[in-house]
Design a protein around this ligand. Structure first.
Ligand code: IPE
Ligand code: IPE
Ligand code: MG
Length: 243
């Protein structure tokens, strides 16, 4: 039977986050440049985005570029930024067709002007859509996000807008960029690496983790459905005992 049909619509994860990894290794296997690997990764982005929207996932967060990725060779960074601009332009139709709202988290201020403008423009075009939220993590680092939140909290305390006695987990979450996004239920990482690489550290406290050896450019809808099915067989206990 089709994997898609085996998915229990009553037990869907609300938020799925993805660490899209393995573009460079895919390229090396094919005898291509790392940049070609990133270009082929765009097909996987489209497949997973469509699969998630069609399944009824409310939030899909894709880790597209980390703060640490700025340390890659300048040529690769430039190519990734250009690819981002081109992809935002070419995929706007896919976003509209699937009723997707595009959003972004990360330190967007350090993105090249052209990328940021394009991003804001595309987000604006999709803002009236009512379907899935596609959240791009760009120049994102979870430690940066947490430190930034701490700074804002300190600022509000200093301005006497916030009583330090009121600081708790809920309030802290409200200072993160994900303030109106539920914590991920499922986190997928491709390419056989078993690490988090500074992604959503606060938010994944009770997230189910799914790892696949497949490299990102090879990922298709079926792989996404497989991850959802795996998730649906898990028992989430949140520190309690089984019912
Ligand atoms: C993921 O693929 C894409 C980004 C981090 C931007 P990589 O470029 O990390 O691919 P590998 O890990 O070198 O194979
Ligand atoms: C994580 O992948 C970042 C993104 C997918 C954007 P990396 O390839 O940068 O992570 P490490 O270096 O293997 O931990
Ligand atoms: Mg990698």
């Amino acid at each position: 039977m089709d994997l898609r049909e085996q998915i229990d619509k009553e037990k869907l994860p609300v938020h799925v986050a993805v660490i899209m990894d393995g573009n460079g290794r895919w390229a090396r296997q094919q005898g291509k440049s790392r940049v070609a690997g990133h270009q082929h990764g765009v097909t996987a982005v489209r497949e997973v985005t469509e699969a998630a929207a069609e399944t009824g996932i409310r939030f899909l967060t894709l880790f597209a570029f980390s703060t640490e990725n700025w340390q890659r060779p300048q040529e690769e960074v430039n190519a990734l930024m250009t690819l981002l601009v081109n992809t935002l332009e070419s995929e706007i139709e896919t976003l509209m067709k699937n009723n997707i709202v595009l959003r972004a988290i990360g330190n967007l201020e350090v993105l090249p002007e052209e990328v940021r403008e394009n991003l804001l423009k595309t987000m604006g075009k999709t803002s009236a859509n009512t379907g899935m939220n596609l959240v791009l993590a760009l120049s994102y680092s979870a430690r940066w996000e947490i430190a930034h939140a701490a700074g804002q909290i300190a600022h509000d305390v200093k301005e006497e807008k916030l009583d330090p006695g009121k600081i708790n987990e809920k309030l802290f979450s409200d200072y993160l960029q994900t303030r109106d996004i539920p914590d991920p239920d499922l986190l997928i990482r491709t390419s056989g690496e078993y690490r988090i690489s500074n992604f959503l550290l606060w938010q994944i406290a009770y997230t189910e983790l799914y790892f696949t050896p497949k490299l990102w450019p090879d990922i298709r809808k079926e792989d996404f459905f497989q991850a959802i099915l795996d998730y649906q067989h898990r028992e989430r206990r949140f520190g309690r005992v089984s019912e």
